[in-house]
Design a protein around this ligand. Structure first.
Ligand code: GLY
Length: 349
């Protein structure tokens, strides 16, 4: 895992994503957003375009002349039209390649603003101020940016690493419970891919452990050629559930159920003992996350959706725990998947 440095007596944590000359720091803690002006000065930017899905007062001083563009979180606005609109606003403002774009909002905002920054003038610096737990532990770190097409989620995107990420835990104070749960789903799955047992730690430490894990995975496999698949633990069923429920269930809720399923499937395949299967349920339950399949989607429907997964080049593929730790397992027999799904409890959620 990447190192977590504590900075001075502020209690802030700093994690470096090591990508050579594109390396950057992720700062975590209460009030870290106020370091934005210093970050921008360090980049030498003379102007900033701040795209924010949060109230104006949530955005700290930039220290340079700034264009403020309001945005809206949510999959509905994660479109090429939004990216085009943002780029037009940047151009009208006169933003140059040596200036900076700042995103402030949840993962859908950091995704679409990140893509606009990747495309504008063939790439302008971007700094993320993620305001949701999901964006702090996952979406804003690692350089994946994307928007949706009517045909599916995240189908158009680019790898564009930010120059810094400021995960201000003050932003999380007013987060609705369901939004918090969305991020806790990603934290729970980290238990099985190398972060260790984070239960009982303060939230900032859990965020830092997740970011440190992600930083080390991204440093080793920035473009998802292999190791980065690990971050998709619980996501094969998770993505299928999102689609099957028409996105009624949140991403983190679906990943939580997908994590319980991944444990059961690994058990069915004889990869892990029953105690480890039970640990999946315990961890997901600990975070107050759903553990049962929702009423509605049939086993057959979920299997056909899981066949569309990007990792599934050879039949059904899952990231599964095993004697060597978690790894991508391809060609999982359909009858075992069907039996494991059929054995999952169903809930009314
Ligand atoms: N959210 C998975 C990844 O960044 O690869």
């Amino acid at each position: 895992m990447a190192d977590v440095d504590s900075t001075g007596d502020t209690g802030h944590k700093e994690i470096k994503v090591e990508l050579g000359e594109r390396s950057y720091a992720v700062r975590i803690g209460a009030g870290v957003r106020h370091g934005l002006a210093e970050v921008i000065a360090g980049l030498g930017a003379r102007r900033a375009a701040v795209v924010s899905a949060r109230p104006r007062e949530w955005v700290p001083e930039t220290g340079v002349p700034t264009l403020h563009v309001p945005a809206r979180d949510g999959e509905r606005d994660k479109t090429l039209a939004t990216v085009a609109e943002l780029c037009s606003r940047f151009a009208s403002f006169g933003l140059t390649r040596s200036d900076v774009v700042v995103s402030c909002g949840g993962g859908t905002t950091t995704d679409s603003v990140g893509l606009a920054a990747a495309l504008y003038h063939r790439g302008v610096s971007v700094v993320h101020l993620p305001t949701s737990l999901l964006a702090q532990v996952d979406a804003s770190v690692g350089g994946k940016t994307a928007v949706n097409l009517p045909e599916g989620k995240n189908l158009v995107g680019a790898y564009w690493q930010p120059r810094a990420v400021l995960c201000d835990t003050d932003y999380l104070r007013t987060l609705p419970r369901r939004e918090l749960v969305n991020g806790l789903g990603e934290i729970a799955r980290c238990h099985f891919i190398g972060a260790g047992d984070l239960r009982g730690l303060p939230l900032a430490e859990q965020i830092a452990a997740n970011v440190a894990l992600k930083a080390s995975v991204v440093a080793a496999d920035e473009r998802d050629a292999g190791l980065r698949h690990l971050l998709n633990y619980g996501h094969t069923l998770g993505h299928a559930l999102e689609r099957a429920t028409g996105y009624r269930l949140r991403h983190g809720e679906c990943v939580a159920v997908g994590t319980v399923f991944a444990g059961r499937l690994a058990g069915e395949l004889g990869r892990i003992p029953s105690a480890r299967v039970a640990e999946h349920l315990d961890v997901v339950r600990h975070y107050g996350l759903p553990t049962a399949l929702p009423e509605g989607p049939s086993v057959a429907e979920l299997i056909s959706l899981m066949r569309l997964d990007k990792k599934a080049v050879d039949g059904l593929a899952f990231v599964l725990d095993g004697p060597r730790g978690a790894e991508l397992v391809s060609g999982v027999p359909q009858d075992v998947v069907a039996r494991t799904l059929a054995g999952m409890p169903r809930a009314d959620h």
